[in-house]
Each structure stands twice: as structure tokens, then as C-alpha cells.
Design a protein around this ligand. Structure first.
Ligand code: GLN
Ligand code: ZN
Length: 757
């Protein structure tokens, strides 16, 4: 049998995004949104059926986010929202997006990254007032919808432990039986309802099981499921895990009455060891996640079939279900739209639709004893031979020849910063921004005209330069100390570099849902990375020529480019990171040569991709930080290197961040309660710091007084000599009218504090 953990829901042309946006803009009705979505779901079920998927998921669809759907299902919704809306869909979008009218002002639920992916889920809050009760019919409706076209789906439900652990908790003890029993009741009702509807298989997703678990977590898991499974009746229950291995609870899992267990053999290689060590119960099915749901490269059939064969010495062959490693939500829909991709490269790729085909081919090959003679197998093997030949090049040689010296910046921080102060002559509490200014509609439309060939590159370039002129003037008027060029030329901080480096493939339609209606188009790292030409130099040089103040050159760092791209699986990530670092290094040195005195290398995604298990952190950080160092180790001592990181919950990682050996680091702090600043003094970090003084994600205009208070508090924590004043991230997504007054207030606040030092 073959199974899919989840299917992309946004639609092959991002239809769902458009419908939801139109509904929210009141351009289509609720009924239209629902009807269109029904058709979309049908299409998705049908296509899986056509490829022969035996167990097709339902309830993996969502208007916005499945975690929010689940919160609605179990009744975990704040009272103040419930009271306002009689319509469930309005309530739903109020939770997702916030709601404002004359009398009501409700904030959206916060968003968080879903494990180490770039998908964000909405974080519900569980309080002592939360009353769990079955509150939605969505999963049942979808099951019936599919049934009406003759498809008996496998509904997907988020598991209780994952739900409880990933929700925000206030005044509740999730380990207390009297608390979780109420949630258990709801889950029992869910199973019962599915059974009544004639459902055979239910998939319960518990990805939290692949993270480090405490004894209490494992106990809760065991107690909850021992209870739940005693109520499953005729239903078969699949416990689905993904994103890693289940080393902390494998024995518990196999001892419970699950009918099937889904394990990820891509991100959870250790799962195989667990099976080898502890065996696998005869009567259970193993859903073997062997087709990668998080990457776009073709499956290597030889490797996969070897793995499946190994598994079959522990699990009856007929009990092995071939499955995706996780939901296909994290890959684009189909390669069929990529008409511009070079077919010599495209043949190595597989998006969601192509992965369905891989599943069915693997099923066929696995069921045949002697598959090595099969032409499908042979073709695939040939493809990988060809890919292998592709590996060695001068870039790989350059990476292999790196020595310790390539990663060392000289002299030490104290000496460098002294020189930098002499050269830059900045005032105390220097003010700056993180790089991007609002991407106004004229910028977007110029880019799209360039793509369509409606304007020439020269016209586009002169338009961008006019934007740069304007933003330099604006910043001078506001009185900022270190200026930026505004990043108008960049569609996205990673895709832009992908487009300008050799080794990347850029897709036309490779959209992946990032959250709600927002999608991103990650570039694909396909071959060795080389810098073909200067990437940012022209614009930054131009910006610097317009002002006496220093203009900061802004680049995306190697680890962030790596983490927000799809990366070839047969080359170690570390090597790819070093290749990227060498390319960025060339850009850094050229900027320096052109007179740019401050260079910021953004590493927004360095922390975000930290492995899920603590024991793997140091391995990742060791090469990630080295890659960063490689990109800037050879600049002159007086060139000031900045980095920017988006998330501030890296208190415990400060000593690691210190190893990046930067001169200045800016990060998000406006929303956190200064715990990070407290930790900075106790850490090894010597760099100057720019904890953001306002949250760029909110359209609110922030007053001078508010920021002044914040600055004074920051001085208390880190002192006046190493403090920079800046927003907490780029201003790209804001409107100018929202942001310019706040920036002005920020500068005035810094001046007032500065004058009283
Ligand atoms: N320099 C980028 C910008 O200003 C940084 C964005 C980010 O950290 N996500 O947009
Ligand atoms: Zn940021």
C-alpha cells in the first residue's frame, strides 16, 4: 500500500490564497469560498487517487492553518473572540488575522515556525478557563465530501501531546490528569464520529515525539493513548510522526494499541536503528516515510529499496506501507508548470505531484522481487549516476583546501572596534535601520514589468536608482547616522541572491505556503555555487556616492541562503554552506574595495534551523558559524561587520553567537521582556548590540517617549557604549506613512537620550 501524510492545500496556482484574500476583502461571499474550496479539495483527492495512493488524507485542507482548525475542533478558543462572532468563519479569520471595528479590537493569535520548517502555525492559548468540547464538524464534513466522490479518506487529526505542548499555556498543568481527561473526552468523540461515518483509518499526527521529551511527557503520551485507544472500536489508528526519530518513546509507542505507526526515515534515520534494536510488533503496520516531503529532489530508488528491504527483515513485507516522510505541504505542487527550467536539470526534481508518482513506482518495484531489471529502476539509477559525476569542481576543491586561517578575523575585536571608531566617527547610540524600506507598489510593478519584458533592464535600473536617491534623502532628513540603500532591487532576501549566483534554479511557480495566504518560492541549490558577477555592489556604491554618511552594505548570509533554499541531498550541507560563504565573501571584499565601510551580513535563519534535538546543536552550529566567519574573515580591521538576526529567543545560545565574531549585531527585542539583554552581559558576546526598539510587524506608530524609555532601560542593561538604536527587522512589508513617523521618533528619542548622557 502507499500513503500520503498530507497534501499541499493552496492549489496548483495558489487559488486558495486568492479566494481567501477575496473573501477577506469582501469580494466573494462565504458560500463562494466554501464552494470553491470543495472543488479544490476534490481535485486534490482525485489526483492522489489517479496515482494510486491507497490512503489519501483528508482534513489536511485548511482555509488558513490546520493548527487553528484543531483548536476550533476541540473548543480551545478564547471567550472574548467567541462572544463577538456568531459566524464560525468570521470567528476563524478573526483569530487568524485579528479584527478591528469601532468597538472591537482583537489581536490575531501569534504565529510560530512549525518545527524546523518555514511554515508558521497559529499558537492557540490554553487557560484555566478553556473548556474542551467538540466544537466543529470540519474533519467529518471533509470525510463525507470525499466519500461522495467515492474516496474513503484517512482523516488527519493533530495529536493531543503535540497540541498541548505547542499551545501557549496559562495557569494550567497539562500533565494533570483532571486537566487532560477533558481533552481525552473530545478525542474519544472524534474517533466515535469517524467510526459512525464508516471511516476505517484515522491518522493522528504527533510530530512532537521527535523532540527531546521529559519523563512526564512520555507518561502523558502513554496515559492519554492507553485511554484513547481503548475506545477506538473498529477504527484503525495510525500514529504518525515526522521530522525526526522517536528515540525517547519508541518502546512505549510499540507497546500501545496503535494499528499502525508512521516513522520518518529521511529526517529520522535513527528510526531504523530503533527498529533493529527493539523490533517491530508483528500485527502492526509500519508507514515507512521514505519519500521526502521537505525537498524537491527525486527519490533515489536504489537507496530507498535497500532501506525497504532492510525493514522487511523486521516487519512483514505486507505490513509495510510506503509513505511520504511528512506532509507534502513543504514542497511546490507540480513540475508541469516549470516550462522554463532546463530539462537536463528538471529531470532530477520531483514536486508534490511527481512524488505521488514516485510512491506508486516504489510500490511496484518493492512488490516485485527482482526489481533491478525493471526499466523504471534502471532509469532512476542512471539518473543518480549522472548526478554523482556532477560533484567535483573547482569550488569543491576550494572548499577542501580551506585552512583555519580562512575562518579567523584579525586582529581581535577590541583592537578592531577601536580602529572602526576612529574611521567611522559615529556618535554615541548610533541610529540605523536593518536594510529594507517599504516595497511600494511602484517597486513591485517595475519588477513585474521587467519580468514581462515591458521595460528594459536599463529602465529598471534607473528606476531603482531613483528610489535609492529618494530613500537616502529621506534618511538624511530623518537624521539617521548609518544609512541603507533600501533593498528595492530585491524581491526576497534569498531568492534575489539565488537569481544572481550560479548554481541555483529559480522556479516560475514553485510556491510553498509559509503561513495563511502567504507563499514563498524558495530557490533550488542545484550545482556548485559561484558568484558570476557583482550582486549588490552597483546599487550600494551608488547610494554611498549620494551621501557623506556611511551607507551600510546589506547582504544575506550563507547560512540563511542555505536554510531558505531547497538543497541537493547528496552533498553535505556544510560544504554547500562553505560554497555560499566563498561567494558572499567575494561580494564582501568587493564592497570593501569600493569604499563601503560597514557591511551587514544577515543571518535571519541561522537560529531557526537549529536541529530539533539538543544533542545535535553543536554539530550544526559548528559549521554554520564557520560558514558565516568564512564570508567576512578577510576584511580590513577597520571595516565594520554587522549581522542581523530576527528572533531573540537565543538567550542560551549567546556564547555560540559570540563565536561569529561580528562587530555589531542587531536583533528583535521590542517584543521580548529583556531577558536576552540580561544574558548578554553574562555571555561571551563582545559585539556592540542593536536590540530593536520597535516591532516592525505592527502598523502602530510608536511614540518618541515610548522608545526613549526603552532606550534608557537598554542602557541600564548593556551600557551606553555598545548600544545601537534601530528597528527590530527590515521595513519591507510596512507602508511608508506608518514607518517614517516612527523612524523620526526613534531618532529624536536617541538624540534626547544622547544629549543627556
Ligand atoms: N535586511 C533584511 C531587510 O531589511 C533583513 C530581513 C530579515 O531579517 N528577515 O529586509
Ligand atoms: Zn529580521
Amino acid at each position: 500500500m502507499i500513503s500520503v501524510v498530507g497534501f499541499p492545500r493552496i492549489g496548483q496556482n495558489r487559488e486558495l490564497k486568492r479566494w481567501v484574500e477575496s473573501y477577506l476583502d469582501k469580494k466573494i461571499s462565504k458560500e463562494e469560498l466554501i464552494q470553491n474550496s470543495k472543488e479544490l479539495k476534490k481535485t486534490h483527492w482525485q489526483i492522489q487517487k489517479e496515482y494510486g495512493v491507497d490512503l489519501i488524507p483528508s482534513n489536511d485542507f485548511s482555509f488558513y492553518d490546520t493548527f487553528l482548525d484543531h483548536a476550533m475542533l476541540v473548543g480551545s478558543i478564547p471567550k472574548e473572540y467567541k462572544a463577538v462572532f456568531s459566524d464560525d468563519l468570521e470567528l476563524y479569520f478573526a483569530l487568524a488575522k485579528g479584527y478591528q471595528d469601532q468597538n472591537i479590537d482583537l489581536k490575531a493569535l501569534p504565529m510560530k515556525k512549525w518545527f524546523f520548517t518555514n511554515y508558521h502555525y497559529l499558537v492557540p492559548e490554553i487557560t484555566e478557563n478553556t473548556k474542551f468540547e467538540l466544537s466543529s464538524t470540519k474533519p467529518f464534513d471533509e470525510f463525507v465530501e470525499a466519500l461522495s466522490i467515492g474516496i474513503k479518506t484517512k482523516p488527519v487529526i493533530i495529536g493531543a501531546l503535540t497540541f498541548l505542548k505547542l499551545s501557549k499555556k496559562s495557569n494550567v498543568d497539562i500533565y494533570d490528569k483532571s486537566f487532560w481527561e477533558k481533552l481525552l473526552d473530545v478525542y474519544i468523540q472524534i474517533l466515535r464520529r469517524f467510526e459512525e461515518l464508516g471511516c476505517e483509518f484515522v491518522q493522528i499526527d504527533e510530530p512532537i515525539l521527535v523532540t527531546d521529551l521529559s519523563t512526564k511527557d512520555v507518561e502523558l503520551f502513554e496515559n492519554f493513548y492507553r485511554n484513547l485507544l481503548s475506545h477506538k472500536g473498529k477504527l484503525k489508528v495510525l500514529l504518525q510522526t515526522y521530522f525526526g526519530d522517536v528515540r525517547d518513546c519508541f518502546e512505549k509507542i510499540i507497546s500501545l494499541d496503535f494499528d499502525a505507526i508512521g516513522l520518518d526515515f529521511i529526517d529520522g534515520k535513527f528510526n531504523l536503528e530503533l527498529i533493529k534494536k527493539f523490533g517491530f510488533p508483528r500485527e502492526k503496520l509500519l508507514f515507512a516515510g521514505v519519500v521526502n516531503g521537505r525537498n524537491v529532489f527525486k527519490n533515489n530508488y536504489k537507496d530507498t529499496l535497500e532501506l525497504l528491504n532492510t525493514l522487511s527483515s523486521f516487519v512483514d513485507k505486507k505490513n509495510i506501507v510506503i509513505s511520504t516522510s511528512c506532509s507534502l505541504l513543504f514542497v511546490p505542487y507540480s513540475l508541469k508548470f516549470e516550462i522554463q527550467l532546463d530539462s537536463n536539470k528538471k529531470k532530477f526534481l520531483a514536486f508534490a505531484e511527481e512524488k505521488l508518482k514516485e510512491l506508486s513506482e516504489l510500490k511496484l518495484l518493492f512488490s516485485q522481487g527482482n526489481f533491478t531489471a525493471n526499466s523504471i529502476y534502471l532509469q532512476n539509477a542512471q539518473l543518480f549516476e549522472e548526478l554523482n559525476k556532477n560533484k567535483l569542481s573547482d569550488v569543491s576543491t576550494a572548499v577542501n583546501n580551506l585552512t583555519d586561517d580562512d575562518f579567523e578575523r584579525k586582529p581581535c575585536f577590541e583592537e578592531r572596534i577601536k580602529l572602526q571608531k576612529e574611521v567611522l566617527k559615529l556618535p554615541q547610540l548610533p541610529t540605523t535601520t536593518i536594510g529594507s524600506f517599504p516595497q511600494t507598489t511602484d517597486v513591485r510593478s517595475a519588477r513585474s514589468k521587467l519580468k514581462k519584458g515591458e521595460i528594459t533592464f536599463e529602465e529598471y535600473e534607473s528606476f531603482i536608482k531613483s528610489k535609492i536617491e529618494r530613500v537616502i534623502k529621506l534618511q538624511e532628513e530623518i537624521g539617521l547616522d548609518v544609512l541603507v540603500h533600501g533593498e528595492y532591487e530585491r524581491n526576497d532576501m534569498v531568492e534575489f541572491f539565488g537569481e544572481n549566483l550560479e548554481g541555483f534554479l529559480i522556479t516560475q511557480n514553485g510556491w510553498v505556503q509559509s503561513y495563511g495566504t502567504r507563499c514563498v518560492k524558495p530557490p533550488i541549490i542545484f550545482s556548485d555555487i559561484k558568484r558570476k558577477r557583482p550582486i549588490t555592489v552597483e546599487y550600494i556604491k551608488y547610494a554611498q556616492s549620494l551621501t557623506k554618511k556611511p551607507v551600510k552594505g546589506i547582504l544575506t548570509g550563507p547560512v540563511t541562503i542555505l536554510n531558505w533554499s531547497f538543497v541537493r541531498e547528496d552533498i553535505p550541507l556544510k560544504n554547500v554552506a562553505f560554497q555560499l560563504a566563498l561567494a558572499i565573501k567575494e561580494e564582501v571584499l568587493e564592497l570593501e574595495k569600493e569604499g563601503v565601510k560597514i557591511i551587514q551580513i544577515d543571518e535571519a535563519a541561522l537560529i531557526e534551523k537549529l536541529p530539533l534535538r539538543r544533542c545535535q546543536h553543536s554539530e550544526y552550529l559548528s559549521w554554520a558559524i564557520k560558514a558565516f566567519r568564512l564570508s567576512c574573515s578577510k576584511v580590513k580591521p577597520e571595516t565594520q561587520i554587522h549581522t542581523h538576526m530576527c528572533y531573540s529567543n537565543f538567550d542560551e545560545l549567546l556564547d555560540e553567537i559570540a563565536k561569529m565574531d561580528v562587530d555589531v549585531i542587531t536583533f528583535e527585542a521590542a517584543k521580548s521582556d529583556f531577558t536576552l539583554l540580561d544574558s548578554i552581559n553574562k555571555s561571551q558576546l563582545k559585539a556592540e548590540v542593536g536590540p530593536g526598539v520597535f516591532d516592525v510587524h505592527s502598523p502602530r506608530i510608536v511614540s518618541k517617549e515610548e522608545m526613549k524609555k526603552l532606550i534608557l532601560k537598554m542602557i541600564e542593561k548593556v551600557g551606553k557604549d555598545r548600544l545601537w538604536i534601530n528597528p527590530d527587522c527590515g521595513l519591507k512589508t510596512r507602508k511608508e506613512e506608518e514607518i517614517l513617523p516612527t523612524l523620526q521618533n526613534m531618532v529624536l528619542a536617541a538624540w534626547e537620550v544622547r544629549n543627556n548622557l
